[in-house]
Structure formats: C-alpha cells, structure tokens
Design a protein around this ligand. Structure first.
Ligand code: 3HC
Ligand code: NAI
Length: 704
C-alpha cells in the first residue's frame, strides 16, 4: 500500500481520515470511533481527501471505507446542540459526487443517516451481506438533511423512500440491493478487497451521479395515502410531515430547488424543541448503563437458568420474555390453577408471536422445549436467577424469599418484581441480602422496554452488573434506581395521579382530563390508564401504606370506584364503562354524578378548569417529585428519570422526559409556577424542593 503523501495528503489534523493508494485506486478511510459519525474533522478530512484523489493523475478511482465496527452511522448528533461549522455535510456529499473519477462506498455495519447520504453521494455502493442501511433521522425529530430526501427516491422510488424515512428503520443489504440503493454485495469476508476490485471495474465507466437520475413518477394519491397511514403513529410530531413535503418537492421541483426545500425544513426540525427532546432521549438511553463505581466491563454472574415464581400476568410475561431471549426457564406457582393460567398465557403469547411474524413456528416449539413448570420449590434449587412475581404483599414476599434462601444454590441472584415494596425488607428475610435485587418489569412484560433495577442497601455490584446485562439480552433498557416506596416510576406516578384525582373533584371530567393530556402527548390519559392497570392495584398499595397524607380528597374518587367494584377494564366498569369486553372507554354519567356529589360533601366548589392548568398541575407534580428523587439519591441522574418515564409511563419522547421538559421550559419558570400553586393550593403538595429552588436561582438545569 503506497502513501499518497507525494500528492499532498497523508491524514487530516484529527487523524480521522486517511488516504492511501492501492495500485491506482485511492482508498479514503474514516476512523472516528465509536461509530464513525460525521464530526467536523471527518467532514473536513473527506473534502480534503477527495480533492487530492480527484486531481492526482495516478488515481483511477476512489474507495471510501471505514475502520472499526461500522461504516458512518450518521451525522455527529452531539454537534447539533452547538453552533454549526463548515463544511456542511450536504456540501461534502456534493463534493464527493462532483468527483470526476468513480467513487465507491464500501459499507459494513450500520450505514445510517448522514452515512447513507455520503454513500448515496458516491457513484457506486458495495456492502457486506450483514450490513444494514437506513435513514433514521425521524427518530431524532429530524429529516435527512444532506440531500437524502432527494437521493433515496431517485434510487429506491418514492414509496420505498417514504417508508424508510418515515419509519426510520434500517433495511438489510439484500433488500437494499433489491431496492437499488446498493449496487453489489461483497462475496467473501474482505470488503476492502471487493471494493477495490469493484473500483477497478468501474474505472472506465466514470461517475454515475444519483442527482442526475430521474425521480420515478408517483401520483399524488401516494402522498394522500401515506399521510393517512402515519397519522396515528406520528401524532404531534413535526418531522414526518416535513419528510413528506421534501419528497413531494423531489417530484415537483428541480434537484437544486428541492434541496433548498430540504435544507430549510431540516433547519426548522433541528432547531425545534422536539428534536432536542428526542436527541436527549437518545443519549439518555445510552447513559443509563453508566453506573458510578461499576465499570462497563465489571464481572457478571453466569445466567443460564431462570426460575420465575408466580405464573400470573407478570410471571407469564417475564417467562416468555426470558424464553425468547434464549434462557432456560422454570415457571412456578403455588397452585395448579395459577400454573395452568400461566401456561395458557405463555402458549398464547407464542401463538401471537408466530402470527405477527416475530418468531417462527419452529422457534416457538423450540422455546417451549426450554420451559419447565411446577408447584415445587425443589425445582428452583439450581436456578442461576430467580424472579419472584407473586402477589404484592410484603408478608407473602418475605415467606417466599425465606424459602428461596433455604433451597437456592449459593451465588444465585434472587430478584423481586415488586412494584412498590421495600427491597431491603425483602432481602432481610434471607441470609444473603447481597444477592437480592429488584427487577421491576412493566406490563405487558414482554413488550415494555423498561426494567427498573432496584439496588438494595447490600446488593453486590456484580448482581447489578448482571442485571444490566440481563436487561440488554431481554431487549430492555435497564435503569438502576435506589430503594424507596415505588422506586422512581411509581413514586412519581403518585403525585401525578393525585392531581388527576383532585382535578376530578374540582370539576374536570375524566374524559376531558384524559383528552388534554393525550393531546399534550401522553400515550393515554391517567383515567384510562387506571382502568387498564386495574384500580384495585393502586388501592391495595395505598391501603398498605401508613404514611398517606391527611387529606379526605386524596385518591378519593379511585377509592370509591374500587369500593363499588368498579376495578376498570377487567370488570367492564371503572372510571369509564366498557361495553361487552370492549377496550374503548365510554364516559359514565353515573361516575360523574358520584364525583359531583362527593365534591359537594367535601365542600369543594366545582369550576371550569382550563387545559393549561390540567397540564401544569399533572406535569409539574411529576417534576417536583423527580427533583425530590434526585435530592434523595434514588436516581443516579435526571436523564435516568426521563428514560423511565418515556419508556414505562407513556411520557412523550419528543418532550425528552419530565426532567428534560422542565429544563427546556427553564427552571426559574417552573419554580415560579410551583410557588404560584403553593399559594393557590397550599404547601401540602406544592412545597418547592430545595434542588429546584437552588437550580432556578442560578439558572441551572437538572440535566447539567
Ligand atoms: N453521533 C454521535 N454519537 C453517536 C452517534 C451519532 N450519530 N451514534 C452513536 N453514537 C454514540 C452513542 O452515544 C454511544 O456513545 P457512548 O458509548 O458514549 O454511550 C456510542 O456511539 C455507541 O452507540 P450505541 O450504544 O448505540 O451502539 P450500538 O452498537 O448499540 O448501536 C448504532 C450503533 C446502530 C449506530 C446506534 O448507535 C445508532 O442508531 N446511532 C444513531 C444513528 C442515527 O440516528 N444516525 C442519524 C443521525 S442524524 C443525521 O445523520 C442527520 C443528517 O441527515 C444530516
Ligand atoms: P397476579 O395476581 O396476576 O399473579 C400472581 C401469581 O402468583 C398468581 O398466579 C398466584 O397464584 C401466584 N402466587 C401467589 N403466592 C405465591 C407463592 N407464595 N408462591 C408461588 N406463587 C404464588 O399478579 P401480577 O399482576 O402478575 O403481579 C405480580 C407481581 O408483579 C406483584 O408484585 C406486582 O406488584 C408486580 N407487578 C405487577 C404489574 C402489573 O401491571 N400487574 C406491573 C409490575 C409489577
């Protein structure tokens, strides 16, 4: 391999781009770990390298490849919050395309976003069979902003391009080849050699520029249909509509004019609070694995066999989740009927998985092969991990853990799926509290991505590290939290739900509150959620507590509903009515009458309540509980709270999570509003936390 130094270029200042000759083929290599993002130095290096290669008389063609685990995975998202610096990525892409010699992109790993835009600026593309390509910008509240919205329709057609850009999901190399996005799949395992060979073949052919290709015809019905198709999924989001507008522009305007449309709309997206929220969510989810004092490479315990105790709603879902992740699973219930219910649920989960194409029929049979069931604790003895999901009752949990202590092998991890109870108290029922941890799954356990990992006072570090690794293998985001009533998620749910309940008594109808919060972005309103989860669950948890506020209004409506047998969807009646097994909530006048009468009894003057007050009271109550959680050290960092609420409680991801939302409003404004509520509604619930007060005074942020 000859260096091209003689032609005036060795490597750029940050060493992220190098240029070397393989015969007459110039190979430009990007090395910008971890994912070869298009940071400033890479953009600069690419321009410098292509200039040199293009004017070098000995160079016949150019290959662009990447070192490390992947081709370019996109623009450097960390740069989006800072003032932009030239060269713009779109200009880099144009410069590559302008080259007079054939430029070949050699793709491996994930070619995403700006990475695919760079590849589409090259004249030809070759990829490994395992490579994937995609334009995931929509997931960050963006659109492909370096000519991707113009190039992809030219290569793959309007509908395919829209589908890829609106879903943001990558496609496999074989599909990319079928779609015309790449030209060749490299045989063998030497991508660079295959790319150089491809470049040699293309030497005589010269450049084939994507911008010169026509946009395949698409009639206007395509755009009408796609808007209809995505309306529910993209509720409240800005960038999907703008992506459609860019593609419409591609079909109507010249390449240059349509690129200007793309540029303008990209800037609008980039500067929007939505993109800021989604980018925050992206990094927050990657930040959760960073646990002070526990290295990413910390030792973990070997987990092969998992015993799940309690074959109810959660136990069966957890067992299924573990089975499809490839673990051997034993499911135990104290009674035969419970076990049968669990087995039936597991079978139907497998059937559903097969029906939806998530798993093959053979895979389902194989999975069930790795399942054993029993009502005997002897079967638990050789488990590496036990996940307890029996009734939410401290005395039952203590009995179960005492029994586990007797039968389980040394070194086994003993986990509880409790949603609220004290992990240290549970651990104290054993002689090995260092092995005990909370693994709080969310319902449905095989679908919800969140796993709260509750660290007890004495939990060993390797138990935490193993739990994080388990979360990853189960396809979940594990967030390590401290031990207190409800941990992070359910602790914050309390004040949120409390405000909903107070608002009901003060005159806001359940369906109105739900609509206001749904329109604001919550996945469901709190009253519909209560009916879905079962109002008895919260009722039991509240009534087991001894520290409830002295307030007759506190969760009064929910208590009355439960006491009338209105438990929610499962009884066909809760806050709403559910006609004959339907899941669609219908407002029930009888509930409104009950609420009104109770308000009168309690001396509450009902009034019209503006949507803004509903949002502020519900969301600010979350924020101040989040601040208290930070003060108490229950969450490691504020972004962990955001991950919990966006992944476990339907908080709109584009608002980043409650703590990021507070930061984006400005903590001084949040503080002022909390003080206003304190004056209006009293200090019992609206005392501003010290942390909020301090940060507000110095213009700080929870996420700083
Ligand atoms: N910019 C900056 N950092 C990035 C990044 C990016 N585009 N993509 C990933 N990273 C960082 C992560 O934050 C993480 O950092 P950490 O180790 O400090 O936590 C590290 O790279 C590794 O990332 P993952 O943990 O996600 O690694 P995986 O192997 O699980 O996944 C991946 C790799 C599939 C590339 C995944 O990181 C990913 O999907 N990245 C985002 C891709 C993307 O959204 N690209 C589009 C960007 S926007 C754009 O290009 C705009 C353009 O059109 C103008
Ligand atoms: P469930 O009532 O559906 O199932 C509990 C099962 O445990 C029953 O089948 C019962 O027979 C069995 N059981 C009871 N005592 C037992 C014992 N001593 N040994 C073995 N099995 C026993 O309950 P669900 O909803 O699955 O909840 C289980 C746990 O998960 C609770 O701690 C709950 O707080 C928690 N959780 C529940 C969520 C939910 O949405 N349902 C969400 C997150 C956590």
């Amino acid at each position: 391999m000859d260096n091209i130094e003689s032609a005036g270029y060795a490597e750029n200042s940050m060493n992220t781009v190098t240029l070397a000759m393989h015969g007459s083929i110039a190979v430009i290599t990007i090395d910008n770990p971890p994912v070869n993002a298009l940071s400033l130095s890479v953009r600069q290096g690419l321009v410098e390298a292509i200039e040199v290669a293009d004017r070098d008389p000995h160079t016949s063609a150019v290959v662009i490849a990447c070192d490390g685990r992947t081709f370019i995975a996109g623009a450097d998202i960390r740069e989006f919050g800072k003032p932009p610096e030239q060269p713009w990525l779109a200009d880099v892409v144009e410069r590559l395309e302008d080259a007079t010699k054939a430029v070949i992109a050699a793709l491996h790993g994930s070619t995403l976003g700006g990475g695919l835009e760079v590849a589409m600026g090259c004249h030809y593309r070759i990829a490994t069979a395992a490579a994937v390509v995609g334009l995931p910008e929509v997931k960050l509240g963006l659109l492909p902003g370096a000519t991707g919205t113009q190039r992809l329709p030219r290569l793959a057609g309007v509908e395919r391009a829209l589908d890829m850009m609106l879903s943001g999901n990558p496609i496999a190399a074989s599909d990319a080849l079928d779609a015309g996005i790449i030209d060749r799949i490299a045989g063998g395992d030497d991508l660079l050699a295959a790319a150089i060979e491809f470049a040699s073949e293309m030497t005589g052919n010269g450049p084939r520029r994507v911008r010169d290709l026509p946009v395949p015809a698409a009639d206007s019905d395509v755009f009408v249909a796609i808007r209809k198709k995505i309306v529910a999924k993209t509720r409240g989001l800005l960038s999907p509509e703008k992506i459609i507008q860019c593609v419409e522009a591609a079909t109507q305007l010249s390449y240059t004019d349509a690129c200007q449309v793309e540029r303008d709309l990209f800037m609008e997206c980039k500067d929007s609070p939505q993109s800021s929220g989604l980018r925050h969510a992206f990094f927050a989810e990657r930040g959760v694995a960073k646990i002070p004092g526990i290295e990413k490479t910390a030792p973990t315990r070997d987990i092969q066999k998992i015993s799940v105790l309690g074959a109810g709603t959660m136990g069966a879902g957890i067992a299924y989740n573990c089975l499809i992740a490839g673990y051997t699973v034993h499911l135990l219930d104290s009674d035969d009927a419970g076990l049968d219910r669990g087995k039936t649920m597991l079978r139907s989960l497998y059937e559903g998985g097969v029906k939806r194409g998530k798993i093959s029929a053979a895979g389902a049979r194989e999975g069930l092969h790795h399942l054993t069931t029993s009502t005997s604790y002897n079967e638990v003895a050789d488990a590496d991990l036990v996940i307890e999901a029996v009734f939410e009752d401290m005395s039952i949990k203590k009995d179960v853990f005492a029994k586990l202590d007797e039968v389980c092998k040394q070194g086994a991890i003993l986990a509880s799926n409790t949603s609220t109870l004290n992990i240290d108290e549970i651990a104290a029922a054993t002689s090995r509290p260092q092995d005990v941890i909370g693994l709080h799954f969310f319902s449905p356990a095989h679908i919800m991505r969140l796993l709260e990992i509750v660290r007890g006072d004495k939990t060993d570090d390797d138990v935490i590290a193993t739990s994080l690794a388990l979360a990853k293998r189960l396809g979940k985001i594990g967030v390590v939290v401290g031990n207190c009533f409800g941990f992070v998620g359910n602790r914050m749910l309390y004040p949120y739900g409390r405000e909903n309940q107070l608002l009901l008594l003060e005159g806001a109808a359940p369906e109105y509150i739900d609509k206001v919060l749904f329109d604001w972005g919550m996945a469901m309103g709190p009253n519909a959620v209560g009916d879905l989860a079962g109002l008895d669950v919260g009722y039991k948890a509240r009534h087991a507590r001894t520290d409830l506020p002295d307030d007759p209004r506190f969760y009064r409506v929910a208590d009355m509903l439960v006491e009338q047998g209105r438990l929610g969807q499962k009884t066909g009646r809760g806050t709403y009515l559910y006609e004959s097994g339907s899941r669609i909530p219908t407002p029930d006048p009888a509930v409104q009458t009950m609420i009104n009468e109770e308000a009168t009894r309690l001396g509450i003057d009902q009034r019209d309540i503006e949507a803004e007050e509903i949002i502020d009271r519900c969301i600010y109550s979350l924020i101040i509980e989040g601040a208290r959680i930070l003060e108490d050290g229950i969450a490691i960092r504020s972004s962990d709270i955001d991950v919990i609420w966006t992944n476990g409680y339907g908080f709109p991801r584009h608002r980043g999570g409650p703590m990021h939302y507070a930061d984006s409003i400005g903590l001084d404004r949040v503080y002022d509003k909390v003080c206003e509520f304190q004056k209006r509604f009293g200090s019992q619930y609206w005392e501003p936390p010290k942390l909020l007060q301090t940060l507000a005074a110095k213009n700080g942020q929870f996420g700083a």
